[in-house]
Ligand binder design. Structure first.
Ligand code: TYM
Length: 337
């Protein structure tokens, strides 16, 4: 089974990315053929700096490797190294409804918040994301809750393509999302009604994977809690509920087990326990990151090797896609570029 996911290139990966997505990438290596993509082409849909973009790509590669991705067992690559992603985006845009793209939450939020140019690329962002997965005929996509809408569009794009050009065949695989039971939507520690996010969150409410242990402890001990004193999940207790989810995810237990353990504890004691657990959880990742990040040549070699393998897989899909759409020279299977 092929498992695909993508992640934006930034060194600012936070606890939400880690628990909601990265941990599932690592686990998926045990279940199938994992393909993980650093989506630098998605990053250019908003204002960016070219030199920074390259650096942040290495940061992200090092974070993923530090978390446990093993280049011997999975394919880790940079999106812009595999030209089939952009080609398939164009082809899929012909079966994608414009109005649907304009209504996507992310487009509305980002275009609303942006003072500079709102690019056409921002509108096409979800089509590129669909192309990412469909080019590999992947059947599963591990993501956090916020990607649900993008996954639906991707599934529809595959279905429409097959209906229009498939002649009864599933040319493009309709993928399933895999959203974790616990930790699919980690919330900001200072405003637990908003998701933890690199762009929209508060600095004190966002725990970064690369934060120093002391900073992580401080942020968690300073997390806002709610009225009352009981450590339990409830709609009117978004702060405490979020911390329960975090501790459950970090320990790999059910949230109910955390509630039972802290049934007679106060908020202070509970927050100290969460802080300690998260510090212990992320400290080794940070240490491995620092070692890996120091060797850019080695990181580049891993990404290049990943791109070579990814290119082979995507190339095979595209031969079929082009043929079905009546594009390119007939019966001439282009050699791998
Ligand atoms: P990105 O880089 O914003 O986020 C990477 C992953 O982290 C998850 N995530 C969260 N999970 C739990 N709680 C949170 N607060 C939280 N914030 C983020 C996201 O759901 C995501 O899984 N569009 C994607 C990248 C992408 C992609 C793809 C994903 C491009 N192509 C193909 C899957 C398949 C994004 O911006 O992820």
């Amino acid at each position: 089974m092929r498992i695909f996911s993508g992640i934006q290139p930034t060194g600012q990966k936070h606890l939400g990315n880690y628990i909601g997505a990265i941990v599932q990438y690592v686990a998926s290596q045990e279940r199938g053929e994992g393909i993980f993509c650093i989506v630098d082409l998605h990053a250019i849909t908003v204002p960016f700096d070219p030199a920074e973009l390259r650096e942040r790509g290495y940061d992200t590669a090092a974070i993923l490797l530090a978390a446990g991705l093993d280049p011997e067992r999975c394919t880790l690559f940079r999106q812009s190294d595999v030209p089939e992603h952009t080609e398939l985006t164009w082809l899929l845009s012909s079966v994608t409804e414009l109005g649907r793209l304009q209504r996507m939450h992310q487009f509305r939020d980002k275009s609303f918040g942006q003072r500079e140019l709102v690019s056409a690329a921002l509108l096409l962002y979800p089509v590129l994301q669909a192309a990412d997965v469909l080019a590999y005929r992947a059947s599963e996509v591990p993501v956090g809750e916020d990607q649900r809408e993008h996954l639906e569009l991707m599934r529809d794009a595959a279905r429409r393509f097959n209906a229009r050009f498939g002649d009864g065949d599933e040319v493009l695989v309709v993928p399933e999302h895999r959203i974790p039971q616990v930790g699919a939507r980690i919330m900001d520690l200072q405003d637990p009604t908003r998701k933890m996010s690199t762009t929209g969150g508060s600095p004190q409410g966002t725990v970064f994977v690369l934060d120093e242990p002391a900073a992580i402890g401080k942020k968690l001990r300073g997390a806002v809690t709610d009225s009352g004193s009981e450590v339990c999940r409830a709609p009117e207790k978004p702060g405490v509920s979020n911390l329960i989810e975090i501790l459950a995810a970090v320990r790999g237990v059910e949230p109910a087990a955390v509630e039972a353990e802290f049934a007679s504890a106060g908020y202070g004691e509970f927050k100290a326990a969460v802080a300690g657990a998260v510090v212990d959880y992320l400290a080794p990742v940070r240490e491995r990151y620092l070692q890996l990040r120091a060797d850019e040549t080695a990181l580049e070699a891993i990404l290049e090797d990943g791109a070579r393998r990814a290119h082979e897989m995507a190339h095979a899909t595209m031969l079929d896609v082009r043929k079905r759409m009546g594009l390119g020279a007939p019966r001439r299977d282009r050699a791998l570029r």
